[in-house]
Design a protein around this ligand. Structure first.
Ligand code: CTP
Ligand code: CA
Length: 226
């Protein structure tokens, strides 16, 4: 056969994924960040690629290897991630925001290393832009999928985020549960869709969890004729 046949349930779809933490600069030697490893987002990128999608991965700093055939854009800060993600947003059919974006960054960045001084040091912080919310406000054909990282009242908070960010689907996880969260190779997720479908999964490898998330996205698209 001399023609490439596209197979997989995401064949022909453009999928934009964000993954990993962001780093918010304090001075040339210091930054604020979080415990995200990027594993969940990278697993979704790999799974989407395996299902035939064209995948763009906007990734904060991680030590992970980029899955074969995935186009990666490496970024550092929440602002960088916003700019790169928005660049790819219009063309995307599906956007999956697995990144753990910093909510705050230092209001001022020191250009020189801040020398230690007697007494305490407090740093004034300002809000970063909410990338997902901005996308929700400017949504066209895109199917928008967010994550909710919670330590309590997981379902309740996730439903609020689904609404307030104008999402089609949200993946909720209790980041403090055994076998779930930022660092490990497993996760315990639940998915909630805008049209009221709700699924709870047992502990799964992040790669298996990625498949479940994609299956739920595909079912949602089918229900909505996409
Ligand atoms: N998110 C984003 N931009 C931000 C913060 C969060 O795009 N500046 C996205 C995350 O990628 C995730 C979703 O919003 O898909 C939810 O992130 P989460 O931290 O759980 O919720 P927040 O809305 O930031 O609220 P809070 O941290 O107060 O729970
Ligand atoms: Ca947050």
């Amino acid at each position: 056969e001399h023609f490439a046949r596209k197979t997989g349930c995401l064949a022909g779809k453009k999928v934009l994924i964000t993954a990993g933490p962001t780093q918010e600069k304090i001075d040339p030697v210091r930054y604020f960040t979080n415990h995200s490893s990027g594993k969940m987002g990278y697993a979704i990128a790999e799974a989407a690629k395996a299902e035939g999608a064209e995948v763009v991965l906007v990734s904060g700093p991680t030590s992970l290897q980029v899955p074969n055939g995935v186009h990666v854009e490496k970024v550092i800060s929440a602002q960088d991630m916003y700019e790169k993600a928005i660049e790819h947003f219009q063309k995307a059919d599906i956007v999956i925001k697995a990144a753990a974006v910093a909510d705050y960054r230092p209001s001022e960045v020191y250009t020189q290393k801040r020398k230690k001084q007697p007494g305490d040091w407090s740093i004034k912080m300002e809000r970063t832009i909410d990338i997902l919310k901005t996308m929700g406000e400017n949504k066209g054909k895109q199917l928008l999928v967010g994550f909710a990282a919670e330590s309590e009242s997981v379902e309740e908070y996730a439903k609020k985020k689904l609404q307030s960010k104008n999402l089609d689907l949200i993946v909720a996880n209790n980041i403090t549960a055994e076998g779930a969260g930022f660092k490990g190779d497993t996760n315990i997720i639940m998915t909630i869709t805008k049209d009221g479908e709700q699924k709870e999964y047992p502990i799964l490898s992040k790669r298996e969890a990625a498949n479940c998330i994609l299956q739920d996205i595909v079912s949602y698209m089918k229900r909505h004729g996409k």
